[in-house]
Design a protein around this ligand. Structure first.
Ligand SMILES: NC(=O)C1=CN([C@@H]2O[C@H](COP(=O)(O)OP(=O)(O)OC[C@H]3O[C@@H](n4cnc5c(N)ncnc54)[C@H](OP(=O)(O)O)[C@@H]3O)[C@@H](O)[C@H]2O)C=CC1
Ligand SMILES: O=C(O)[C@H](O)CS(=O)(=O)O
Length: 485
């Protein structure tokens, strides 16, 4: 159970399949609090059979949902948004219990996640087509935008609320139905959203939440021809596998995958602003975000000054249980994540990097790790080419713009990037030269519902949020009307 909930209806140990709540069976999946290891609840272990039932119910519900006016869909989404905000503390407590991030940050995620439902409740009424001047005197050309149909979504543990609403918002606004498989480590945030969705008036069967075997549920989602769009956020490895599995049914894909973000500090940067930006870009969610600064490049002229300021700031960060007052960083999600962080730090130090602060498991034990700053980091170290996904800030030194652009782009990923500079010509040159889907200029926090979130290369396909985000759930139909004399 989750202590201190105002409304215990939001914490439900069940999955929502085709409008029916399914309770855990003897093979139920335990869900643990990563900060304590305690079991907080159980969810059913579902598979292909339940996934198929959910997909078929979604197909049946979608037609009626699409037939409603955009204003009707908008009003229900707006009610869903209002309920999320009204219950943000409870939703935040559920999120902290299963994911570990500090409660204040979890509530922040709820507000961020709800903003996608709000944004797309408004976008629902602005799905416009086109009327194009005919190519012949008797022809009229009309372009319609229509919902793609049944959408399957698979989401990760690091943002167990916002990664769902960033998909469900545009999908439902466009008139689609959704079958969701949340991460097994963080199902209760998704289930709470489904509880609120029912309260808001989402029709039965339109939105299902399946817990259980990722492989079996995923195989049904990718193999079932009724599913016309698959949207996934998670590792590039799994994203590529889902891409392969979806090929036989030619599904539309949305893939938000891994990253390896550079964070560049030029000689003319405002160093205090750059340190503030680095703290957000690196340590948000304990470094467990796909847009985290994975490599920090500092120009020769300010390297020591920046390193000293960052070390001082990081040394003041407090690690602990997300429910405790004043905690900045929670636990890593699991032992595998801890092992990866230790591997990256150990590799860097063994190759000559210097530990400025941190660099070891936290005295709290479990999966807690000290916030860490490394200097003297070089391109041959693992942190240069792999996503650390933890509270480790590796500082590289560079000399000159061309050198750092080369280093920043020397990766197969292309999601987020950041740099601090004040010369306006340099700002444009660097922003245009970085091979990434998103560039933060003099800011370390770029994610917002108004903007198109997404990457290039191995970081994925498509965009989420903004006016572009709803296009991902629409098909374009061309009408050629002849005989108009
Ligand atoms: N781009 C981003 O936003 C994110 C990137 N990542 C990257 O991924 C790495 C691993 O994180 P992790 O959460 O394990 O990411 P995964 O890609 O393993 O899991 C993400 C989601 O995919 C599901 N999944 C896993 N395998 C399959 C499969 N064969 N078929 C269908 N669904 C599947 C998972 O289900 P289940 O939980 O049941 O295994 C989960 O819901 C991180 O270290 C990070 O580098 C992770 C999260 C977000
Ligand atoms: O998966 C992630 O890491 C999120 O996309 C990060 S964000 O949207 O909160 O920036």
């Amino acid at each position: 159970m989750i202590p201190h909930l105002k409304d215990n209806r939001l914490f439900r140990q069940a999955a929502l399949v085709a409008g029916n709540w399914v309770a855990p069976g003897p093979d139920a999946i335990d869900v643990r609090n990563p900060a304590t290891g305690e079991i907080i609840g159980r969810v059913p272990k579902l598979g292909a059979t339940e996934a198929r039932a959910a997909i078929e119910a979604a197909q049946a519900a979608q037609a009626g949902w699409a037939a409603r006016t955009a204003a009707e869909r908008s009003q229900i989404l707006r009610r869903w948004f209002d309920l999320m905000v009204a219950n943000k503390e409870d939703l935040g407590r559920i999120l902290t219990a299963e994911q570990g991030k500090p409660l204040k940050e979890a509530i922040g995620e709820i507000v961020y996640g709800a903003s996608f439902i709000e944004w797309f409740s408004e976008e629902a009424r602005r799905v416009y087509g086109d009327v194009i001047p005919g190519h012949q005197r008797d022809k009229r050309i009309i372009v319609l935008k229509q919902p793609i149909g049944v959408v399957a979504a698979i989401t990760p543990w690091n943002f167990p609320n916002a990664m769902i609403t960033r998909k469900a918002g545009p999908a439902l606004a466009a008139g689609c139905a959704m079958v969701l498989k949340p991460a097994s480590q963080t199902p209760f945030s998704a289930i709470a959203l489904a509880v609120l969705g029912e309260m808001a008036g989402l029709p039965e069967g339109l939105f299902s939440v399946l817990t259980g075997s990722a492989q079996a549920i995923g195989a049904e989602m990718t193999g079932n021809a009724l599913v016309r769009k698959l949207t996934f956020t998670g590792s590039t490895e799994i994203g590529a596998e889902l891409y392969r599995q979806s090929a036989p049914t030619i599904k539309k894909l949305g893939l938000e995958l891994g990253g390896n973000a550079p964070f560049i500090v030029f000689n003319d940067a405002d160093l205090d602003a750059a340190v503030e930006g680095a703290l957000i870009a690196k340590f948000r969610n304990n470094g467990q975000t796909c847009v985290c600064a994975n490599r920090i490049y500092v120009e020769d002229g300010v390297y020591e000054a920046f390193a000293g300021k960052l070390r001082a700031a990081v040394s003041n960060l407090k690690t602990g249980n997300g429910f405790d007052e004043g905690v900045d960083l929670g636990p890593l999600i699991d032992a595998a994540a801890l092992a990866k962080v230790e591997e990256h730090v150990g590799d860097a130090v063994s190759k000559g990097a210097k530990l400025e602060t941190g660099g070891a498991r936290h005295k709290l034990g479990g999966t807690f790790y000290e916030p860490t700053v490394l200097t003297g980091v070089t391109e041959d170290m693992l942190v240069a080419r792999e996503e650390t996904f933890g509270p480790v800030a590796p500082l590289f030194r560079f000399g000159g713009e061309a050198d750092v652009i080369r280093q920043a782009n020397a990766t197969e990923f292309g999601l987020a990037s950041y740099f601090y500079a004040r010369d306006i010509a340099k700002v444009f040159r660097v922003a245009e030269a970085l091979e990434y889907g998103m560039v933060g200029v003099n800011t370390g926090l770029i994610s917002t519902a108004e903007a198109p979130f997404g990457g290039v290369k191995l970081s994925g396909l498509g965009r989420e949020g903004s006016r572009y985000g709803i296009e991902e759930f629409l098909e374009t139909k061309y009408l050629c009307i002849g005989g108009v004399q």
